[in-house]
Design a protein around this ligand. Structure first.
Ligand SMILES: Nc1nc2c(c(=O)[nH]1)N[C@H]1C(S)=C(S)[C@@H](COP(=O)(O)O)O[C@H]1N2
Ligand SMILES: [Mo]
Length: 208
């Protein structure tokens, strides 16, 4: 039938190489599900910024909210279409703190003890958000509720659940999965799944 053929043609362009489509939304993370209390939770924005700030939940509520409709792609090969995330625009946070020229990479910090590194160009993009809602409902704890990062154009391990900080750095350092062999950038369209083996030996100094 034409409908089916259309769908297959569409899929070929929509599904990145090596991915398999799923209707469900798998839950994936390392360690336990933390419970973040938004009364006490803060987003620590540190490093190469003009105005480092510890954002409370109230501070973030004053910033613009955006909605992003996107497909998500996990490095373990599942993809899920048509996710509408709603939350605080990452660019609004960047505008608030002011990037310094030496801010070339971001180390994303999350509970419980998760990190992931992302190049600044991949962070400073319109669709990126600190999501609080998915398809109209508050994010459930297993999917990163009450607040997670969403960087839709990269593999989903870069989208840290239970986010607690953005640290702007001048040099790239591997985060949690990157130290364990995952790619430093993670573009699904060019299948940047794994990085160089010697990333596993890279270690960084103390948090600034
Ligand atoms: N804090 C935290 N965030 C995390 C992870 C994690 O272990 N801890 N895992 C990542 C990985 S590998 C994936 S694929 C996605 C999964 O998100 P989901 O469970 O909502 O599908 O979360 C990412 N964010
Ligand atoms: Mo993942």
């Amino acid at each position: 039938m034409t409908d089916r053929m259309d769908l297959r043609t569409q899929d070929r362009e929509r599904l990145p190489p090596g991915q398999i489509l799923t209707q469900k939304w798998p839950v994936l993370h390392y360690g336990h599900i933390p419970s973040l209390n938004l009364e006490r939770w803060t987003l620590e924005v540190t490093g190469a910024v003009e105005r480092p700030q510890s954002f409370t939940w109230k501070d973030l509520e004053a910033l613009p909210t955006i909605e992003t409709l996107c497909d998500i792609h996990c490095v373990t090969r599942w993809s899920r279409y048509d996710n509408t995330f709603r939350g605080i625009s990452v660019r609004a946070i960047l505008a608030q703190v002011g990037l310094r020229p030496e801010a070339k990479f971001v180390m994303v910090h999350a509970a419980p003890d998760y990190t992931t590194n992302v190049p600044i160009e991949d962070v400073d993009r319109d669709g990126n958000l600190l999501a609080t809602h998915h398809n109209g409902a508050p994010l459930t704890p297993e999917h990163g509720g009450p607040i997670r990062l969403v960087i839709p154009h990269l593999y989903f391990w870069k989208s840290a659940k239970w986010i607690t900080g953005l640290e702007f750095i001048d040099e790239d350092y591997p985060g949690f999965w990157e130290q364990n062999g995952y790619h430093m950038r993670g573009d699904p369209w060019s299948e940047q799944r794994y990085g160089r083996p010697d990333y596993t030996r890279m270690r960084r100094g103390p948090r600034r």
